[in-house]
Design a protein around this ligand. Structure first.
Ligand code: C2E
Ligand code: CA
Ligand code: CA
Length: 753
C-alpha cells in the first residue's frame, strides 16, 4: 500500500507562501531581464544600422568619385577629334590632353586610346600592347560603356593602378575602341585612408578578395585568411561569395572584428567597415553584467521577502504556540506541550535516565472552597513560582496540568543523586512557602525512567501515570510529603486492576467472608458484642484485609453490593447461633460512606433483615462520621434505623473535623472512639500520656452526659485497658482481648466468655 504523505498545515502554508514568493521573484526577474536585454538589443540593432548606413554612404561616396572620374574622361572625348581620324591623329589628340588633364584630373596617371587589337596609345606618346591584360579582354567581350578594372601593375611606373575605360561605339552600337585612363591606387587609398570613425576603419577589396584599401599597406593586393592566426573566421576571398552584410571575423592584426560590407555596383569591389568586436562584446558583456546585477537584486529581494515571510510565520506560530502551549494563569507550559517537549527529550537521549515529579497541593479543593477562587489562584501562582525557581536551577522542563497539578521533568545522573537533590530542594521549598498568606502543603509523586530496566516506564505518559499513582498513595499522612513509584507500587496497581476485574466473580464464588471481633465490657470483662469485618480469601493474593480492596470498592461503587452481602452473612450467622441455642451478643455491621439515599438504603436493609427471624436488638449499624452523606442524611438514616429498632454507632469518632458538632446533631447510641486516640496518647513504654488522658476523660464524661455508650477501638495493651476502665469507658475492642475471629472461632470465644 502506498504511504500517504502527511504535511502539517503550518508547513503547507509556509511552503505555499514560499512558492508564491519564488514565482513572483522569477516573474519579476524575467521581466526585468527581458526589458534590459531588449533595450540593449535595441541599442545594438541601432548600432548595426548605423554601421550599415556608414557603409552605404561610403559606397555612394566612392561611386560618386568614380562617376566624377568617368565624367572627366567623358569630357576628354569630343566626337570630331576621334571620328574618321587616323590613329596618328587620334594619338596626337590624346597627347594634347595632357595639359588639360593636369588641370582637371590630377588623379589621372595617364590617358590613352585603346584599339580593339590591344594597342594603347598613351598621352606620354608611348604605345603599349595590352592585348594580354585581363581588363582588355573583359572590356571588349562585355561591350560595356564604361569599365573599371581590378588593380593592375602600371606599365609606366610599375605601381598598382586601376584602369578606367570609356567605350567608343560605331554606328551599329558595338565597341570599336576606347578612351582610357589609369588612376594610381595610392590616390584612392588616400581617399579612404581619410575615413576613420573612432576605432573603425574602412577596407576595400577587389573581386578576388584582395585588399585595395587597408590601414596596413603590407596587405595591399593580398588576400587575408584569419587562419594564419590560428583562429577561425572568414577570409577576404570568402567575402566575394557570401551575401550577408555583416559578420564576425578577425582583422589582419588578428583582433576580433565585425565586418559590415557592400558590393559596390560600379565596380566588382567590396567596401567594408571594420569595427572592433570589443564594442559588441562589451555590449554583450553589458547585458550579462546587467543580467547578473538584476539577478543579484532579485535574489536579495527574494531573500528579503523570504526572511520577512519566515519571521512573520514564526511570529504567527509563536503567538499561536503561546496561546496553545502556555497556561495563562502561571505562564508555564500546558501539560500537552510539556508532554510534547518531554517526549522529544526522551527521543533524543535514549540512553539517559529521567525523573518525573508530579506536584500538587494537599486538599487544594478545600482551599478553593474556603478561600475562594482568587485566593486559590494566588496560591497556585505562588506555588508555581517557587517550583520554577528550583527547576530553573537544574534546567528542568516544567508544565502545569489540571488544577493544582504541576509536572517536572529532568535528565538525571542516578536515582540516588536525584533523590538527594530533591530532598534538599524540598526542604528549601517548604521554607519558602511557609509564610504564604494561605498555608498549603505540597505533595509529590516521583517516577523514574531507567532505559535498560524492563519494568521502567518508557513514555512520558507512563511516567506521569506512575508518579500520579505514587502520589495518590500518600493520602492523608501529613508527615509523608512524597512517594516514589516502584515495583511494589506496581504490584499494587496490578493487584488493584486484578481486584476490579475479579470482584464480582469473587462474590459469586463466596471468596468474601466475615470475621467477628469481640467487644468486651470493661466493667466485668464480659463479652458484650462483636463487630463484623469482611475478608477476602483470594486464590491469587491469599487473605486480603479490607484496606486493600475497600477504598477501591468505594471508588467503583461495588462496596454497596458488598455491604449487603456482609449484612446477609451476619444475619444468617446470628440466626444459626440462635437456632443452635448458642448465646448471642449484638453484632455491629459497617455501613460504607457511599450510601447516599436514606430511603433506598433502608428499604433494602429492612427487606433483607425481614428474610431472617432475628430480633433487631442483635444488630447494630456503624456509620462513619466522615461520610459522603451530609450530616442531615446521616441524621435521617439514624432516625430511620432507630424507628426500626436498630441501634446505631458512630464509627471512628474523633477522626473527622467536626466530631463534636456531629455529636449533638446525629442521635447515635454508641460512640466508637477511633483507635488513633489510643495510638497517639500512648508513649514508647506503653504508658498513657497525661495530657491526652485528661482529654479522653473529658470526652468520655461528655458522652456519658449525652447518654451515649462509649467503645474504644484498638485496645492493645493492659495499660490501655486499665486506663479506659479507670475513666469508666463502657467497652473495649482490640487485640488485647481478641483479634477478629472466624465464625467458628467466635462461637468458641462465646462459649469461653
Ligand atoms: P473499622 O470499622 O474501624 O474496623 C476496625 C478495624 O480495626 C478492623 O480492621 C480491625 O481489625 C482493627 N482492629 C481491631 N482491634 C485492633 C487493635 O487492637 N489494633 C489495631 N491496630 N487494629 C485493630 P479491618 O478489619 O482491617 O478493617 C478495616 C476497615 O475496613 C474497618 O475499620 C472498616 O472501616 C472497613 N470494613 C471492614 N469490614 C467492612 C465491611 O463489611 N463493610 C464496610 N463498609 N467496611 C468494612
Ligand atoms: Ca467499624
Ligand atoms: Ca472504627
Amino acid at each position: 500500500m502506498k504511504k500517504k504523505i502527511v504535511i502539517s498545515q503550518n508547513k503547507a502554508k509556509l511552503a505555499s507562501s514560499i512558492l508564491v514568493t519564488v514565482i513572483v521573484t522569477i516573474i519579476l526577474l524575467s521581466l526585468t531581464a527581458i526589458c534590459v536585454k531588449q533595450s540593449f538589443l535595441q541599442t545594438n540593432s541601432l548600432y548595426i544600422e548605423d554601421c550599415n548606413n556608414i557603409v552605404s554612404n561610403y559606397t555612394q561616396l566612392f561611386n560618386e568619385r568614380l562617376d566624377n572620374y568617368l565624367n572627366i574622361l567623358n569630357s576628354f572625348y569630343i566626337d570630331e577629334q576621334y571620328e574618321n581620324k587616323s590613329i596618328n591623329e587620334i594619338h596626337e589628340t590624346v597627347i594634347g590632353l595632357k595639359a588639360y588633364k593636369i588641370k582637371t584630373a590630377p588623379d589621372f596617371q595617364t590617358v590613352f586610346y585603346l584599339t580593339p587589337d590591344g594597342t594603347a596609345y598613351t598621352q606620354e606618346n608611348e604605345i603599349f600592347d595590352v592585348s594580354q591584360r585581363e581588363y582588355f579582354k573583359d572590356f571588349f567581350s562585355h561591350n560595356t560603356d564604361t569599365y573599371f578594372s581590378t588593380p593592375i601593375e602600371s606599365f609606366q611606373n610599375k605601381n598598382p593602378c586601376i584602369v578606367l575605360l570609356k567605350g567608343i561605339k560605331d554606328e551599329k552600337g558595338s565597341t570599336k575602341s576606347a578612351l582610357g585612363c589609369t588612376i594610381e591606387l595610392s590616390q584612392l587609398v588616400k581617399f579612404f585612408a581619410k575615413i576613420k570613425i573612432g576605432d573603425s576603419s574602412v577596407i576595400v577589396l577587389d573581386k578576388y578578395g584582395r585588399f585595395i584599401v587597408n590601414e596596413d599597406p603590407y596587405w595591399f593586393l593580398k588576400t587575408f585568411d584569419p587562419s594564419i592566426y590560428g583562429v577561425e573566421g572568414k577570409s577576404t576571398k570568402d567575402i566575394t561569395n557570401i551575401q550577408e552584410y555583416s559578420f564576425l571575423s578577425f582583422d589582419t592584426k588578428g583582433n576580433p572584428v565585425r565586418l559590415f560590407y557592400r558590393k559596390m555596383d560600379k565596380t566588382d569591389w567590396y567596401l567594408g567597415l571594420v569595427v572592433p568586436a570589443e564594442k559588441e562584446i562589451e555590449i554583450i558583456n553589458n547585458i550579462t553584467r546587467n543580467t547578473i546585477k538584476i539577478s543579484i537584486i532579485a535574489l536579495l529581494i527574494f531573500i528579503f521577502l523570504l526572511t520577512g515571510e519566515y519571521l512573520l510565520f514564526k511570529d504567527f506560530q509563536k503567538k499561536k504556540l503561546i496561546a496553545s502551549s502556555y497556561d495563562p494563569l502561571t505562564n508555564l507550559w500546558t501539560r500537552q506541550f510539556f508532554e510534547q517537549e518531554a517526549s522529544k527529550l526522551i527521543r533524543h537521549n535514549q540512553n539517559s535516565k529521567f525523573m518525573l515529579i508530579e506536584c500538587d497541593i494537599r486538599s487544594f479543593k478545600f482551599i478553593n472552597q474556603n478561600y475562594g477562587e482568587n485566593s486559590a489562584n494566588k496560591t497556585l501562582i505562588l506555588y508555581a513560582e517557587n517550583i520554577q525557581k528550583i527547576t530553573d536551577k537544574y534546567h528542568c522542563l516544567l508544565g502545569r496540568g489540571f488544577a493544582d497539578r504541576f509536572y517536572v521533568f529532568i535528565k538525571v545522573r542516578s536515582v540516588h543523586h536525584a533523590m538527594n537533590v530533591f530532598k534538599q530542594e524540598l526542604e528549601e521549598l517548604n521554607k519558602n512557602i511557609k509564610n504564604s498568606d494561605i498555608p498549603f502543603f505540597p505533595k509529590f509523586g516521583i517516577s523514574f525512567l531507567i532505559p535498560k530496566d524492563t519494568q521502567s516506564a518508557s513514555t512520558i505518559q507512563e511516567l506521569i501515570g506512575q508518579a500520579s499513582f505514587a502520589k495518590s498513595t500518600i493520602k492523608d499522612n501529613m508527615i509523608v510529603q512524597y512517594s516514589i513509584y516502584n515495583s511494589r507500587l506496581n504490584r499494587k496497581i496490578t493487584q488493584e486492576q486484578y481486584i476490579e476485574n475479579h470482584m464480582q466473580q469473587a462474590l459469586e464464588n463466596g471468596e468474601f467472608f466475615v470475621m467477628y471481633q469481640p467487644k468486651i465490657s470493661l466493667e466485668n470483662e464480659k463479652l458484650v458484642g462483636a463487630e463484623a469485618l469482611v475478608r477476602w480469601k483470594n486464590p491469587k493474593f491469599g487473605l486480603l484485609a479490607p484496606d486493600t480492596f475497600i477504598p477501591l470498592f468505594e471508588k467503583n461503587g461495588f462496596i454497596i453490593t458488598l455491604d449487603f452481602y456482609v449484612y446477609e452473612q451476619v444475619f444468617k450467622y446470628i440466626q444459626s447461633l440462635i437456632s443452635q441455642g448458642i448465646p448471642t451478643v449484638p453484632i455491629s455491621v459497617n455501613m460504607s460512606r457511599n450510601h447516599s439515599k436514606p430511603e433506598k438504603f433502608m428499604h433494602q436493609f429492612i427487606e433483607l433483615f425481614r428474610k431472617y427471624d432475628i430480633p433487631q436488638e442483635l444488630v447494630q449499624i456503624e456509620i462513619l462520621e466522615r461520610s459522603f452523606m451530609g450530616s442531615e442524611t446521616l441524621q435521617e438514616i439514624t432516625e430511620a434505623l432507630h424507628k426500626e429498632g436498630f441501634s446505631v454507632a458512630m464509627d471512628d469518632f474523633g477522626s473527622g473535623e467536626s466530631s463534636l458538632n456531629m455529636l449533638t446533631k446525629i442521635p447515635v447510641d454508641v460512640l466508637k472512639f477511633d483507635r488513633a486516640f489510643l495510638r497517639s496518647s500512648t508513649n514508647e513504654n506503653g504508658e498513657i500520656d497525661n495530657k491526652s488522658a485528661g482529654f479522653i476523660q473529658i470526652l468520655i464524661e461528655l458522652s456519658k452526659q449525652l447518654n451515649k455508650e462509649t467503645v474504644f477501638e484498638g485496645v492493645e495493651t493492659k495499660q490501655q485497658m486499665e486506663f479506659l476502665k479507670k475513666i469508666q469507658c463502657d467497652q473495649a475492642q482490640g487485640y488485647y482481648y481478641s483479634r477478629p475471629l472466624t465464625s467458628d472461632d467466635f462461637i468458641q470465644f462465646i462459649k469461653l466468655h
